[in-house]
Design a protein around this ligand. Structure first.
Ligand code: NAD
Length: 260
């Protein structure tokens, strides 16, 4: 029996999620786009996909900090497109501050978007995967799911939590043709880093480009940012039959950051 490879990639209007969607579409996987951005912005990306890959993905705008909105979106996806056999939980935000200054509301938001949303999409997507006897769940964690950095309390808590959640999902689904894995990127060239780069440039009285080098030098021996498309290629591999026995992993793609 051949399974329809239909991938919901959360946060696929930008950065890593968009790159994963691009790599999937270029390799014949049907994609469902999602983001917080307007329907108009989403449709513009869908039109580009149609031009480049001959498939026009559906776009769903949904604030995934809201569990009820996720439930509604997953229901609409089931009705309008079909049940995703691949789920990439990628949407995420960042904020940096020392613990004692960290705004409580921002903590809640980061936990909701970077961690709890993955629980909600997974619990809602799993029944169809179990029924089909095939599924791939890929959670975009971070090096900060494996190690800590100062001023990233909520982000590190969410990303470590995502690794734990992924392992439990893997244990519960391993005998059902489903895998669940985390990808743990290091510095990756996306809009998520703009605030950190701006802050670094201001603190060190240097340019944006020098700030990029500064961030890398502070953490990773490999002297460049990870390219979002490289994370897309790793996600594609996890969707292949060759990766059917890989489950419960947390795979760093971090320029050697966590080898220290
Ligand atoms: P990005 O800012 O380029 O994209 C973030 C995406 O998340 C967008 O598509 C946006 O629509 C979506 N999003 C944000 N808030 C949302 C909300 N409330 N509801 C729905 N969607 C929302 O960021 P990115 O760097 O591509 O990050 C993608 C993932 O990769 C995140 O989980 C991030 O933590 C992780 N990551 C990034 C890096 C890095 O260096 N850029 C490193 C490790 C892990």
């Amino acid at each position: 029996m051949s399974v329809r490879k239909l991938a919901l990639v959360t946060g696929s209007t930008s950065g890593i999620g968009l790159a994963i969607a691009d790599v999937f579409a270029a390799n014949g996987i049907e994609v469902i786009l999602h983001g917080i951005e307007s329907t108009e912005d989403g449709q513009a990306i869908a039109a580009r996909f149609e031009h480049s890959y001959g498939q026009r993905p559906h776009y769903f705008q949904c604030d995934i900090s809201q569990p009820e909105a996720i439930e509604q979106m997953m229901q609409c996806i089931g009705q309008e497109v079909g049940a995703p056999s691949i789920l990439v939980n990628n949407a995420g935000i960042q904020f940096t501050a020392p613990v004692q200054e960290f705004p409580a509301g921002t903590w809640d938001k980061i936990i909701a978007i970077n961690l709890s949303a993955a629980f909600h999409t997974t619990r809602l997507a799993l029944p169809a995967m179990v029924a089909a006897g095939w599924g791939r769940i890929i959670n975009i964690s971070s090096v900060h799911g494996l190690v800590a950095s100062v001023h990233k309390a909520a982000y590190c808590a969410a990303k470590h939590g995502l690794v734990g959640f992924t392992r439990v999902t893997a244990l519960e689904t391993a005998a059902q043709g489903i895998t669940a894995n985390c990808i743990c990127p290091g510095w990756t060239d996306t809009p998520l880093l703009v605030d950190q780069l701006t802050q670094f440039a201001a603190e060190h009285n240097t340019s944006f480009d020098e700030a990029k080098k500064g961030l890398i030098n502070a953490k990773a021996p490999y002297p460049e940012f990870v390219a979002p498309s490289e994370i897309g290629e790793l996600a594609l591999f996890l969707c292949s039959d060759a990766a059917r026995a890989m489950t419960g992993t947390a795979l760093p793609i971090d320029g050697g950051w966590t080898a220290h």
